[in-house]
Design a protein around this ligand. Structure first.
Ligand SMILES: [Ca+2]
Length: 321
């Protein structure tokens, strides 16, 4: 079961149980929670509470907050189709990209260029920015409540900024490399360029678990920028045009997305562009944005299931193969 769904459902069930445990209804005897996955991407949770004292049984279904439009169908392979092009700073070595309250937050890499920025998602204009120390190489970011957490690749520091003031208010330490980061409203997910994602506490940054990401039994390496969407973890694979969608309990890749058309277009515009990197989903509008390092464009895309005439995206071979 998906962590987000599970936490939301358990929270709801706790409310129901608390309500039923009032002095007027002291003899609650059973409650149950069930989950079904209808098409692989649209889980449905239901809670059933029976009150023998009142002789009543209540069942509530569809507890999952899936009000946003579905990005995926039951297909396991897609191509990214360009819907709209928006400006993006070609000076931004994009490392992390995420919506928060309708604005776009981006972390930039490279020593001497690293920064956290807030961007108008429509115009691409930078509204606010804070530079990182020249010794640091910015990496992925995510926002937890009103705090933006920015990784620093090999420095082992996760910097915490207040999104209202852009002041650095805290920092955490981590072992090894930090690449991508996303938050699923319960768990922080972090990549380090390997096939492993670590699970971290959003308040302490402590590691409490990890999964290995696999596709048809083979580890999927080079997991980079992340985006937590509807209980799944999306990751673009470094130095490729492929995004994988990961089921976070099993680590299985449940969908692959080919964004080659975006890279081809960018390469035709500028020779200075680097690789695809940056996935941001706005649950309020359903917009899915993709960009890359030093790309002058952010693309709004929709995902088209691979059918006739579509080349199923191939995952890059592991490093050294
Ligand atoms: Ca992201």
């Amino acid at each position: 079961m998906l962590p987000l769904c599970r936490s939301a459902a358990l929270f709801f069930l706790a409310l129901v149980l608390a309500a039923c445990s009032s002095p007027e209804r002291p003899e609650l005897v059973e409650g149950s929670l069930t989950a079904t996955v209808t098409d692989g991407f649209d889980p449905a949770l239901s809670a059933t509470v029976s009150d023998s004292n009142a002789g009543a049984t209540s069942t509530v279904t569809d507890l999952v907050d899936d009000t946003g439009p579905d990005l995926l169908t039951s297909a396991d392979a897609y191509t990214a189709r360009i819907v709209e092009r928006r400006s993006h700073s070609p000076q931004a070595f994009t490392q992390g990209l995420e919506f928060h309250d309708g604005m776009l937050f981006e972390s930039r890499g490279q020593r001497g260029e690293s920064a956290l920025t807030e961007i108008d998602p429509e115009t691409g204009e930078v509204q606010r920015a804070v530079e990182l120390d020249d010794s640091l190489f910015g990496e992925g970011l995510t926002v937890v409540e009103n705090r933006a957490i920015v990784l620093t690749w090999e420095a082992g520091q996760a910097l915490v900024f207040d999104v209202d003031t852009f002041a650095e208010v805290d920092s955490f330490r981590y072992e090894g490399e930090g690449w991508g980061l996303c938050y699923d409203d319960s768990v922080l997910w972090m990549s380090n360029g390997s096939s492993t994602l670590t699970q971290r506490d959003p308040n302490t940054f402590e590691t409490f678990g990890e999964i290995e990401v696999v596709f048809e039994g083979t580890p999927v390496e080079r997991l980079n920028e992340l985006e937590c969407i509807d209980g799944l973890v999306w990751a673009n694979l470094w130095q490729s045009n492929v995004i994988v969608v990961i089921e976070p309990v099993t680590g299985e890749v449940v969908a692959r997305i080919d964004a080659t058309s975006l890279s081809v277009e960018i390469a035709s515009i500028t020779p200075d562009a680097d690789v695809l990197n940056g996935i941001a989903y706005d649950p309020e509008t359903g917009e899915l944005l993709l960009t890359g390092k030093y790309w002058p464009t952010t693309f709004v895309v929709e995902l088209v299931p691979c059918t006739n005439g579509c080349t199923v995206p191939q995952l890059p071979a592991a490093a050294g193969n």
